[in-house]
Design a protein around this ligand. Structure first.
Ligand SMILES: [Zn+2]
Length: 389
């Protein structure tokens, strides 16, 4: 295990539990027969790095994501790919006889595909990408909110459906000898609008609304702990922070710390552990805890035994929660957690910081005042999202 991974594996500080075996390469640490089989046949468990993971974040139909996944793995069964697998004698592209039928040929460079893209309303800024390689070309055209030239839809929606339809058209020609559809651009335009109005925003955006969110003081006799973790995957820097306030919104104690973890959920759990430790140190007896990461709450609140890398943190958090006489753990929106967020960022901005604040640091002055005054902060919510705090 590289030393950075060892440093990023949180150890138990509070909970007592005997050492136990944890299954490598499964996130939960539980035994996984598939991994066991791979180990038994000496298969390399390391998954090769796939640079196209961005495709899963696209806002489009699942079938198109799977189709793109095949394209980027060069496993779409066009003739060049099949020839590479040893199936010879298939010839070249059926449309423009002679040319090799590669994936990018079918989707862009074939005469049929070329005239399709030329008749489409692509924005000028995307023109240059049409001489890129397959992945950068698809990626560039699949993101952003640039509208198609002179149209009422975003270019990326048309582009992705265009790729899909060029592939279907190629298959109709290969297997049913159907000629290319001269109106394919119109067909794809109609599909794009259908996607926009029926799938992406079925209510024309009416299912979203701006809600006003604010930090709420805890009930009389209670204290409120807000905590947050920050993990920047690109730099690997992580921090956690939190603060405890009384029922009149007054500062009791706060903390900011730079930590070494390898995921954002580990940063949240670390923040919770530090926060709970401080509450106990300061003799808190009734604490409302708010976190803006529901995954961390469900992990700690569930009865499931964890055995993976996070088990040390989860066990500690559960143990500390038991020690507090009265405790409530709940989720809040990020807009109600700005002070903790600022402290976590403070921790993540340094590589070696661990401070307990008996009085608030100046960086929080404005945020604390806003919370104290009950100032609202806007948040775009879906109507299904329930609570406001
Ligand atoms: Zn061709």
């Amino acid at each position: 295990m590289p030393s950075i991974d060892v440093r990023a594996t949180p150890l138990r500080r509070y909970a007592v539990r005997e050492d136990q075996r944890s299954w490598i390469s499964s996130q939960s640490g539980d035994f996984d027969p598939r991994n066991a089989y791979s180990l038994a046949i000496d298969e390399n468990l390391e998954v090769p790095n796939f640079s196209g993971k961005w495709l899963w974040t696209l806002k489009t139909l699942p079938k198109i994501k799977v189709f793109l996944w095949k394209c980027l793995h060069l496993s779409l069964p066009v003739k060049a790919v099949l020839a590479h697998r040893g199936i010879d004698g298939l010839g070249g592209c059926d449309s423009c006889t002679g040319a090799e039928e590669s994936i990018i040929h079918v989707l862009r460079d074939c005469s049929t595909a070329k005239s399709f893209w030329e008749c489409s309303s692509y924005p000028d800024s995307f023109k240059l990408s049409f001489s890129d390689d397959l992945e950068p070309w698809i990626k560039k055209n699949s993101f952003g909110s640039t509208m198609a030239a002179g149209k009422d839809y975003e270019w990326r929606n048309f582009f992705l459906l265009g790729l899909w339809n060029l592939w279907l058209q190629r298959n109709r020609r290969a297997f049913k000898q159907q000629p290319a559809n001269p109106d394919l651009v119109k067909v794809v335009e109609m599909q794009t609008r259908e996607l926009m109005y029926c799938v992406l925003e079925p209510n024309g955006g009416k299912d979203r609304q701006v809600r006003q969110v604010k930090w709420l003081k805890p009930a009389e006799g209670w204290q409120k702990l807000n905590i947050d973790g920050s993990f920047v995957s690109t730099s690997g820097l992580a921090g956690c922070g939190g603060l405890l306030r009384d029922s009149s919104g007054q500062w009791i104690v706060g903390f900011a710390e730079s930590i070494c973890v390898s995921s954002s959920i580990a940063a949240e759990l670390w923040a919770l552990r530090e926060g709970l430790g401080l509450c106990l140190e300061r003799g808190a007896t009734a604490v409302e805890i708010q976190i803006d990461a529901s995954a961390a709450i469900s992990l700690v609140a569930s009865n499931v035994n964890t055995n993976g890398d996070l088990s040390g943190l989860v066990d500690d958090c559960r143990d500390l929660l038991m020690r507090l006489p009265q405790v409530k753990l709940s989720h809040c929106f990020r807009e109600a957690n700005f002070c903790a967020d600022a402290l976590a960022n403070l921790g993540a901005a340094s590589s070696d910081l661990s401070i307990v604040f008996d009085s608030p640091p100046p960086v929080l002055d404005k945020l604390l005042l806003d919370d104290m005054l009950g100032s609202y902060r806007p948040r775009l919510c879906t109507l299904a999202a329930g609570h406001v705090s």
